[in-house]
Design a protein around this ligand. Structure first.
Ligand SMILES: Cc1ncc(COP(=O)(O)O)c(C=O)c1O
Length: 378
């Protein structure tokens, strides 16, 4: 039986042709025309002034922290329910993450808890140096509320839109909120370069500085001159070509992911003890992953039981991110709230959401889920 993966790469456009073009042009390095074009195209699409293509979303997060001057001992607020890369970027600078729990209606950072945390920091006379706000599973956080609250305390916001390329909040594209935005083109994302990322901003001086730091902080001199520690974080020209081929089809990919989400909702929506990650009315998710929540008593099986039932049939499903405050690596970190993210982790399951899914695949997946609903209510 064919294995169905969670979110595999899907290359059905001009990726190969563009890559061969890059290959033949002999720009086999971390800069070149494909990189420049990729940056321009992303800027145009998400309506932002400047972008630098990087080797990963993690590199973009790390550079954003450096550019904000995050130092050892500083505190940085961070969405609790996220992939570990978000918090790791804070650690790379020797700073301390402080986690803020999710709001049940979006699963993203809860603005009320953010306000509580900032008020408490302010009373203690020690404000965080920044906040990293994640757009989870393709859905934007409540950016107006979050930016307002952070502005009240003069805390700059970084938007981690690694999972949300093509999503929007009140009509404005994901990645464009906050001082800088982070995108990821990792293999499992809505578009991929195999590995890659981008840092975007309307502030050109920040992006120039990021480009410089990502190129080993090489000074403009005929010899190799360095006055600062730099990084080798730039995206390869070959990979940018793949990214451009993928990016051309972004809208179609989002339509497909949203159609998959609708299918799951139509077919599984009526099952007792099964709910979906809510789509907030303020935005449009790219539906990168479709996520369900299982209430074991009503569904008749818990999240792990259902995951294993799918795995037995060669279908990959994954638990929702384990919250940062429950990760051993973060045992020393403070958390504001924490019960919502813990509950979403315990009961949440990400279903296969890739672009290749066909009707047979979807029937196979939903058939297994329906069969495993052993509810006492039926
Ligand atoms: C929310 C979030 N932030 C950051 C990253 C890191 O991106 P990358 O894998 O490109 O380093 C990812 C995914 O990989 C992610 O899901």
């Amino acid at each position: 039986m064919k294995r169905i993966y969670l979110s595999p790469p899907h290359l059905d456009g001009r990726e190969k042709a563009l890559m061969l073009e890059a290959f033949e042009s002999n720009w086999i390095t971390t800069l070149g025309p494909q990189v420049d074009l990729f940056e321009k195209e992303v800027c145009g699409k998400i309506r932002i002034g400047h972008a630098v293509a990087l080797s990963s979303g993690t590199a973009a997060l790390h550079l954003s922290m450096i550019l904000l001057g995050i130092q050892p001992g500083d505190e940085v607020l961070c969405s609790d329910l996220t992939f570990v890369a978000t918090a790791n970027a804070i650690r790379y600078c020797g700073a301390q993450p402080v986690f803020v729990d999710s709001d049940r209606s979006t699963w993203n950072m809860d603005p009320a808890l953010l306000e509580e945390e900032l008020a408490s920091c302010s009373r203690a006379g020690r404000l965080p140096k920044a906040a990293i706000v994640v757009d989870l599973y393709g859905q934007c956080a409540d950016h107006d509320a979050i930016l307002d609250i952070c502005a009240g305390y003069q805390v700059p916001v970084i938007e981690d839109a690694a999972e949300a390329l093509g999503a929007s909040y009140k009509g404005k594209p994901a990645g464009t909120f906050g001082v800088m935005g982070v995108l990821s083109f990792n293999g499992n994302k809505i578009i991929t370069t195999s590995g890659g990322g981008m840092l975007v901003s309307d502030d050109g001086s920040l992006i120039s500085k990021a480009r410089y730091l990502a190129t080993q902080a090489r000074e403009p001199a005929p010899h190799y001159q360095h006055v600062q520690v730099g990084y080798n974080y730039r995206l390869s020209n070959i990979l940018a070509a793949i990214g451009r081929g993928q990016f051309e089809k972004l809208d179609r990919k989002i339509e497909k992911r949203r159609a998959v989400n609708r299918y799951y909702r139509d077919v599984l929506g009526g099952l007792p003890g099964l709910a979906f990650m809510p789509e907030a009315s303020f935005g449009r998710s790219n539906c990168w992953l479709t996520v369900i929540l299982i209430e074991p008593d009503r569904f008749g099986l818990d999240r792990e039981g259902l995951r294993l039932a799918l795995e037995k049939e060669n279908i990959e499903a994954r638990p929702v991110w384990k919250p940062m405050h429950l990760q051993p690596v973060n045992r020393d970190a403070r958390i504001r709230g924490g019960t919502v993210s813990a509950d979403l982790f315990n009961r949440g399951l990400c279903l296969p959401s890739g672009n290749q899914l066909n009707d047979d695949d979807l029937e196979r997946i939903t058939g297994i889920i329906k069969r495993n609903c052993r509810t006492p209510e039926l």
